[in-house]
Design a protein around this ligand. Sequence first.
Ligand SMILES: Cc1cc2nc3c(=O)[nH]c(=O)nc-3n(C[C@H](O)[C@H](O)[C@H](O)COP(=O)(O)OP(=O)(O)OC[C@H]3O[C@@H](n4cnc5c(N)ncnc54)[C@H](O)[C@@H]3O)c2cc1C
Length: 460
Amino acid sequence: MAVTNFEKEMRKLESEGKITRAQFLQIMAAVSAVVALGTDKAYAAKSGAKGKIVIIGGGAAGISMAAQLKRKLSNPDITIIDPSDRQYYQPGFTLIGGGVYGADDVWKPQADCMPSGVKWIKDKVTLVHPTLNKVDTAKSGSINYDFLVVAPGVKYDWSRIEGITYATIGAGNAHTIYDHRGAQMTWKAMKEFSEKGGKGVFCDTWTKHKCGGAPKKISLLTWDNCRKNDILDNIDLHYYTASKQLYNVPHFTPRLEEIYRERNIPVDVNCRLKGIDTEAKRAHFERVETDAEGNKTTTPFTESYDFMHFMVPQCAPDFVRESGLSWTEGSLAADGWVMVDKHSLIHTTYSNILSLGDCAGIPTSKTSAAVRKQLPIAVDNLIALMEGRTPEAHYDGYAACPIVTDYGHVLMCEFDYDKKEQITFPLSLLDMSKEQWVAWLLKVYALKPIYFNLMLKGLY
Ligand SMILES: Cc1cc2nc3c(=O)[nH]c(=O)nc-3n(C[C@H](O)[C@H](O)[C@H](O)COP(=O)(O)OP(=O)(O)OC[C@H]3O[C@@H](n4cnc5c(N)ncnc54)[C@H](O)[C@@H]3O)c2cc1C
C-alpha cells in the first residue's frame, strides 16, 4: 500500500515532466529494493514479548518507532503522546524557504500518520517519573508504562537571542526556516532580496541543533537566485558560524569551502548570534576564541544587513531535564539532552527507557536521516529488553545532510560518529565529495514521499 502511494507520487511527477521516464524507473528500482529489505524484516518471526510501551513525541522518530514495533511484536501495546495536529516533513522547510515547495507540500494531518492500532493521546508530557514508571501529561493525567521511548525533538530557546521572538519572526527582515511560517516568510524575503540586492547575513547557532546544513542551504540558494537575476555585482553575502569551521566532515568540507570561496561569500568562524536589532537591521554577534591554554576571549561585534537568516539556539524540552533524564556532565549536559548510550540508545540509568531522534544525547548530527538509522537499533534493543535478553544492536552514528548548493545540485553528506563518510549505494558509485544533480532529484522528489509513505509506516 505504502509503495503504491509512493509510485503514484512518482508517476505524477513524471506526467508533470518533473522527472524523466529513466529517472522514474531508477527511483522506483532503488526504493523497491529498500522496501523489499524492510519487508523481509517485517515478516520475520514476530516477538511475543509483552509490555506497555509509551512513546513521547509523534514526530519522525516516535511514529516510525511505533510503526516498526507494530510490525515486530505479535501483541503490541503502544501509546504515543503528542499534542500536534500536524505531521511536518521538516527537511521540506528548506525547500519552502527556497521557493521549491509550497506551504502545504510538507505536512499531513497527524491523525492520518498514526499507525493503526496504536493509541494516540493528544497531549503534552509535563514530567516523567522514571522510578515510578509513569509520565504526567498536561490534560490527561498520569500514564503508566513498562517501557518508555523519549522522542520529543528539540525546544527552540528564543530567550537566548535578544530582540526577536517566535511571534516576531520576520521583523526587520530577519528570518528563519526553522518554523513552517518562518520558511514561507523566508522565501518572500529571499525573492525580494534577489531582485534588489544588498547585504545578506546568514548564521547558525552555538548549541547542538537540527540539520546544521539548513542555514548553509539558504545562503547558497539566495546566492543562486541572485545569479539567476544577474545581480551578483549588487550583493554582499556573509556567513557566520559558531563552529570552528564551516563543516567538519573531511570528505565534504573542501568542496563546500571552495563553493563559498567561488561565490565570494566570506565565512567567519567562532561567531555566535546574540541578538538582532530589528529596527536598525543590525545583528549582534560575539566572536569566541580559545587559545592553546584553553583561555576564552569574547569580542562583541555588530553587522548590518538588508536580509538575514538566523537559527535559534536549541535544547531538550524542559520536562526532560526536570525529570532527571538528562546528561549531568560533559558537552551534552548544558542543553539537557537525554542521557543514553550512544550505541544502544538505552538510558544509562533507567534500562527501560530509550531515546532517539533530536532529543537523544548522542554526538551525531540531528537529522531524520540519522533517525532512520537509529530506528532499527532502538526497536531491536527495546524488544531484547522486553524479552529479557541483552540488547546487542549498535548504532554507529550515521547521519546525512543534503546540502543544497544551487537549484539543481546537492552535496549529499553521509557520515558516522567518526566523521568518516558512509555513502549509501548506489550514490557510492559517484564522486559524492562534490555536489551532484542526482542528489538534488533525491532531495526534491524522493525523500518526502519516502518519509510519509515508507518511513512513517515502518517500512524504511
Ligand atoms: C529547517 C529544517 C531542515 C531540516 N533538514 C533536514 C534534512 O535535510 N535532512 C534530514 O535528514 N533532516 C533534516 N531536518 C531534521 C529533521 O526534521 C529532524 O531531525 C527530525 O524531524 C527529528 O525527529 P524527532 O522525532 O526527533 O523530532 P520531531 O520530528 O521534531 O518530532 C518531535 C515530536 O515531539 C512532539 N513533542 C514535543 N514536546 C512534546 C511533549 N512535551 N510531549 C509530547 N510530545 C511532544 C512534537 O509535537 C513533535 O511531534 C531538518 C529540520 C529542520 C527544522
